[in-house]
Ligand binder design. Structure first.
Ligand code: HEM
Ligand code: PLO
Length: 480
């Protein structure tokens, strides 16, 4: 056995020992989720170390200096993505943005998606209308409980799903609509089966054996594809040269670009996978972030009151709008602090080295996986005072001006940075400002506060919790 254990001398990076087939698994006991496991291993092996995940040589980065080197300075060299069984199924062999490996077609595709998002994002005012109408429904629903304790998650998820459905294919749904329920059901099925312990495949070979999870995943993908193909056909039939009605229109209109590309241009499959992904990413990340922030606000009533005082002073009784953003700096700090303390994507999506390269002066071979532990970076005691404390003031300097420290990267950075960042920030702002303007959130009498530990699925989610809402004076109905 001793002879089989590989010596920890891969390059000059500190490495976990490893065995053939098992890789470093025997040294990774404890059953912790990857972000916590890697943070713990970092205390023993240093902030940058390598390990074998099954057969895959992987480098873990627990510090922002190396993370910025990989994501920004050498961003192009590390813009690859590894192959994963479940995401390959989900994306028809990488015809999406997030899980597709780097290629010229991917670049073109990503640019098209980015441009289409801007078309509906800040520029157009359309996003604001969409979110605000969904917020009205959400507020009415939350306030209809009559002071009883309830789990805010289903209503929040429904509201966010509605926003994304309008954005992607112009459908808005009433409460209880069967198509909306179908969408939420298949999405939930994918979330439950795509990556139980985060996107880092610690046990990759298990996935190749047929099992119940894979069956459920395939069934949900079939339902998703049927629904989205129908939307795509409807859009094709009614497409014209006018301004795009939604993301599907924008993608169809942009499809013509780059047809001369090697390997063909952006096919219908690409359009379908992009719509599916915008949908999945839009719902999971935004609703989870909102639920984390609400959980922390229930834990910290003075923070909630301070946001409300800011809203009262700067906005008053009229509905909040996008242009209020610069007037509500404390709310922006609360949003940032929520995304710092509980990043929904704590180890990002794995990157791979596309050429031989280096990290912090250590050589790193082509094909090496790089896992950026944003959790560790967001909790690094060298850069954050009392990192486990929820303290939005850390995003303000001595003069009360907003600051963004270099070790805060909830959306990643560089060529693989989240394409939905500005969309997500706008949504988070409009949702939270409107909710807190119209109501207050507190614990039900005698209930223990929300568990803030979280559970890692495809994103890091809070465990279910209950709140009681009370309307602000003048907003008893939830909307005007
Ligand atoms: C990628 C965070 C919302 C679409 C990512 C990544 C993170 C992230 C950490 C991976 C970066 C990397 O691997 O280096 C978030 C957070 C969100 C959010 C915190 C909300 C609070 C959204 C929304 C959309 C979206 C609303 C689209 C509608 C994407 C896509 C990628 C991505 C397509 C893949 C980019 C690529 O691989 O090139 N996001 N995201 N995200 N996100 Fe988001
Ligand atoms: C969520 C379930 C959907 O049905 C499919 C989907 C697509 C894109 C994924 C998203 C899921 C989870 C969150 C991801 C997003 C791409 C970027 C985002 C991984 C699986 C993050 C946080 O990195």
């Amino acid at each position: 056995l001793f002879l089989l254990v590989c010596s920890p001398a891969r390059g000059s990076l500190p490495s976990l020992p490893s065995l053939p087939l098992l890789g470093s698994l025997p040294w990774m006991g404890g059953g912790l989720p990857p972000h916590l496991l890697f943070s713990e291993l970092g205390h023993r092996y240093g902030p940058v170390f390598s390990l074998l995940l099954g057969p895959h040589l992987s480098v873990v980065l627990n510090r922002h200096q190396e993370a910025r080197e990989v994501l920004l300075q050498r961003g192009r060299e590390f813009a690859g993505r590894p192959f994963m069984v479940t995401t390959d199924l989900l994306t028809r062999g990488g015809k999406d943005i997030a899980f597709s490996d780097f290629s010229p077609l991917w670049k073109l595709h990503r640019r098209l998606v980015h441009n289409s998002f801007s078309l509906f994002g800040e520029g157009s005012g359309r996003l604001q209308d969409i979110v605000l109408s969904s917020v009205d429904d959400l507020c009415v629903e939350l306030l209809s409980g009559g002071g009883r304790g309830f789990d805010p998650s289903p209503a929040v998820t429904r509201a966010v799903t509605n926003v994304v459905c309008t954005l992607v294919f112009s459908s808005t749904y009433r409460h209880g609509d069967t198509e909306l329920q179908e969408v939420m059901r298949y999405n939930d099925g994918i979330v439950q089966t795509i990556a139980g312990g985060g996107l880092v495949d610690i046990y990759p070979w298990m996935k190749v054996f047929p099992n119940r999870c894979l069956r459920t995943l395939k069934d949900c993908i079939t339902v998703r594809d049927r629904l989205l193909s129908r939307k795509l056909e409807e859009h094709k039939a009614s497409l014209n040269d006018g301004p795009p009605r939604d993301l599907l229109d924008a993608l169809l209109q942009g499809q013509g670009e780059g047809v001369q590309q090697e390997g063909g241009g952006i096919t219908d499959d690409h359009v379908l996978m992009t719509a599916a992904e915008a949908f999945g990413a839009g719902v999971e990340t935004t609703s989870t972030t909102l639920l984390w922030i609400l959980a922390y606000l229930v834990h910290h009533p003075p923070v909630q009151r301070r946001v409300q005082a800011e809203l009262d002073k700067q906005v008053g009784e009229r509905p909040v709008c996008v242009s209020d953003r610069s007037r509500l700096p404390y709310l922006e700090c609360v949003i940032n602090e929520g995304m710092r303390i509980r990043p929904v994507s704590p180890v990002l999506i794995p990157h791979t080295a596309m050429t031989d390269s280096s990290i912090g002066g250590h050589p790193v071979g082509r094909g090496t996986r790089v896992l950026v532990n944003m959790w560790a970076i967001h909790h690094d005691p060298e850069h954050w005072d009392k990192p486990d404390l929820f303290n939005p003031d850390r995003f303000l300097d001595d003069r009360g001006q907003r600051v963004t420290p270099p070790c805060f990267m909830p959306f990643g950075a560089g060529p693989r940075v989240c394409v939905g960042e500005s969309l997500a920030r706008l949504e988070l702002f409009l949702f939270l400002s409107s909710l807190l303007q119209r109501m207050s959130f507190k614990l039900p009498d005698g209930a223990s506060p929300p568990n803030l530990q979280g559970r890692l699925g495809v994103v890091l989610q809070p465990l279910p919790y209950k709140v009681v809402v009370t309307p602000t004076e003048g907003w008893e109905g939830g909307a005007k």
